[in-house]
Design a protein around this ligand. Structure first.
Ligand SMILES: [Fe+2]
Length: 282
């Protein structure tokens, strides 16, 4: 693939189409529809009034995927829960989500949902690939899209569980993360600006007390079954508490533009740790 100059490829600019936020659907009323029902939520600081005021500028994108049979997918994922949790003897890490060592989340290195054979997962993989293309081309104003590898794992939460504040990476290799909501009843994922260090209790209070859901400081997104979301790895996020008996299920994923990361790939394949699964190309 012929690479564009770094400035062209990675210099985030605001595309013309994102300059006039408009309402879309009731669930997605804070962003701008850019292409095929993809909604981009600009997440930007106000213009700094001093030389040292912090600035941030990034984009969260959402897409509803009504073609995925979420009930079929939910049943399949629940049928895999015991199998995943039976993975023992390898280091586990819930990556700051607070879901604990016994969770399917903490075993994310040792299975990959995108390797599982199920028609709804096939649809999701196709959707993630296309969604990534739309995110990349609209935000960077380019037609040149890197090939990606992906790791996908499931978060299965029970009544009283909550995902604590975490992020997926801030290293020089950081790229994009996302998730697909399979089952959720009245929970939000709260995305924060990278300079926010209020306690989670305070953030939850602010959200429950009516802080605007999308104000450039935070974005409180409703977790609607069938919604696919992509955001940069370094964006901190957390959820509200799951308060119902039915499990809350999301599929989380990280995308890797492996051609850009020569040190972590050899002959197009990832250099793996013991037990780690390979990453399918999307
Ligand atoms: Fe996450």
């Amino acid at each position: 693939m012929t690479k564009s100059p770094l400035q062209k490829r990675y210099g985030i600019r605001t595309p013309q189409s994102l300059k006039s936020p408009t309402s879309t659907t009731q669930e997605q009323s804070y962003g701008v529809k850019v292409e095929n029902d993809v909604v981009v939520i600009p997440f930007q600081s106000k213009q700094g009034q001093t030389a040292f005021a912090p600035q941030w500028n990034y984009f969260i994108a959402e897409l509803m995927m009504p073609d995925i049979d979420i009930n079929s997918l939910k049943d399949f994922l629940l049928s895999k829960e015991d199998e995943v949790k039976s993975i023992k003897g390898l280091p586990v890490n819930d990556c700051g989500t607070g879901l604990g060592d016994d969770s399917t989340t903490a075993r994310f290195l040792y299975y990959n949902v995108f390797d599982w054979d199920h028609p709804e997962i096939d649809k999701l993989k196709t959707g993630v690939k296309e969604f990534h293309r739309m995110y990349y081309t609209n935000i960077l104003s380019t037609d040149s899209v890197p090939t990606i590898r992906a790791r996908c794992w499931m978060n299965i939460m029970r009544k009283g569980d909550r995902v604590t504040k975490h992020l997926h990476g801030y290293e020089e290799s950081a790229y994009l993360s996302g998730h697909f909501t399979v089952a959720s009843n009245n929970t939000k994922t709260i995305y924060l600006n990278p300079y926010e260090h209020a306690t989670e209790r305070e953030i939850l209070l602010r959200v429950s007390n009516g802080e605007p859901p999308s104000n450039g400081n935070l974005y409180g997104a409703e977790n609607v079954p069938g919604k696919l979301t992509i955001f940069p790895n370094y964006v901190p996020h957390m959820t509200t508490e799951h308060e119902f008996d039915e499990p809350r299920i999301t599929l989380a994923f990280e995308l890797t533009p492996f051609e850009d990361l020569a040190g972590r790939y050899k002959d197009g394949k990832s250099i793996k740790m013991e037990g780690e699964t390979d990453l399918p190309v999307l």
